[in-house]
Design a protein around this ligand. Structure first.
Ligand code: 3HC
Length: 280
């Protein structure tokens, strides 16, 4: 999701430093951003020319310290692993200006635990800024308050989101999954157990959710779109933190088989060009 978030900031006029662990990921990220900005420009949703937007994004290979030099806000979107997130936050804290906000796009990990990786004086500036996939199109950003987050940080983060053209919901309790993923976890679980018990097929459930419940995507295609590995990470993180769930074999088997959805070319459906979403 990182490249989608970088794109939003660049469209809104911010200078962006996009950091990742290898050059190839950054190259792919820039290609994705350019494709997306072009699409939005074709529809009149971006007023500037594509190259002007692209020129605001510089890339940094594997050097968080360099990327956060002089910034006003950092948005972390690394893998859903608390230890990795803490390492990234500790490094960003070391090098970012003292007044910078450190936001996490975590899907399910506690903001409070992440904040404990930074110096006590920074903790009031650590906040959840949770985008939805694909960030350029999804209107919502959840702003999550951890135990240390100040009112000022919540306010400023909501202002950033508004400048990116997003609607915000402030989540005042740092509960597992916040609001959206907590409810989505139940939807996925219910859908999954219906399949596991042979009560309905993947296609029947997705059709019912799309054509009757009015969702843009059914539960299974949305898991393919989000990444079933991410769904498993979220489920595990929530389970470890006391969210009572009944992990369903139909999802866990996909994770064991590394059939993660669009990104690997197969999940609950097949995608002829891995990494590229096409309606099955
Ligand atoms: N940037 C710009 N344009 C994009 C784009 C992007 N990233 N992704 C898709 N588009 C364009 C498509 O190219 C297409 O353009 P066209 O009209 O010129 O052909 C247009 O958007 C519509 O796309 P599609 O025809 O593929 O299909 P849809 O009309 O269904 O729109 C969708 C796609 C916006 C993804 C829609 O299906 C949707 O809203 N799905 C639900 C997504 C959702 O619920 N996301 C949240 C997941 S949970 C999450 O992220 C939480 C996290 O913690 C894991």
């Amino acid at each position: 999701m990182g490249h989608g978030i970088a794109e939003l900031f660049a469209i809104a006029g911010y200078e962006v430093a996009l950091v990742d662990v290898a050059e190839e990921y950054l190259k792919r990220a820039l290609q994705n951003i350019e494709w997306s900005v072009k699409k939005l420009a074709e529809k009149g949703q971006v007023k500037e020319d594509v190259q002007t937007v692209m020129s605001r994004i510089k890339t940094v290979v594997n050097d968080i310290c360099k990327a956060v030099e002089g910034v006003e806000v950092v948005v972390e979107a690394v893998v859903e692993d608390i230890e990795v997130k803490k390492r990234v936050f500790a490094e960003a804290d070391r090098c970012a200006p003292p007044e910078a906000i450190l936001a996490t796009n975590t899907s399910s990990l506690p903001i409070t635990e992440i904040a404990e990786a930074v110096k006590p004086e920074r903790r009031p500036r650590v906040v959840g800024m949770h985008f939805f996939n694909p960030p350029p199109l999804m209107p919502l950003v959840e702003i999550i308050r951890g135990r240390y987050t100040s009112d000022e940080t919540v306010k400023k983060t909501a202002e950033y989101a508004a400048r990116l053209g997003k609607q915000t919901v402030v989540v005042n309790r740092d509960v597992p999954g916040f609001i959206v993923n907590r409810i989505l976890a139940r939807v996925n679980e219910a859908a999954c157990w219906m399949v596991a018990r042979g009560e309905a097929t993947v296609q029947e459930i997705d059709s019912a959710l799309m054509y009757k419940a009015g969702l843009p995507m059914g539960a299974f295609i949305l898991m393919d779109y989000t990444g079933i590995d991410v769904v498993c990470f979220i489920g595990d993180a929530m389970l470890k933190r006391g969210f009572k769930t009944h992990p369903c074999p139909v999802i866990t088997e996909k994770c064991q088989q590394k059939k993660y959805g669009v990104k690997t070319g197969e999940g609950f459906y097949k995608y002829p060009a891995p990494g590229k979403f096409q309606w099955p």
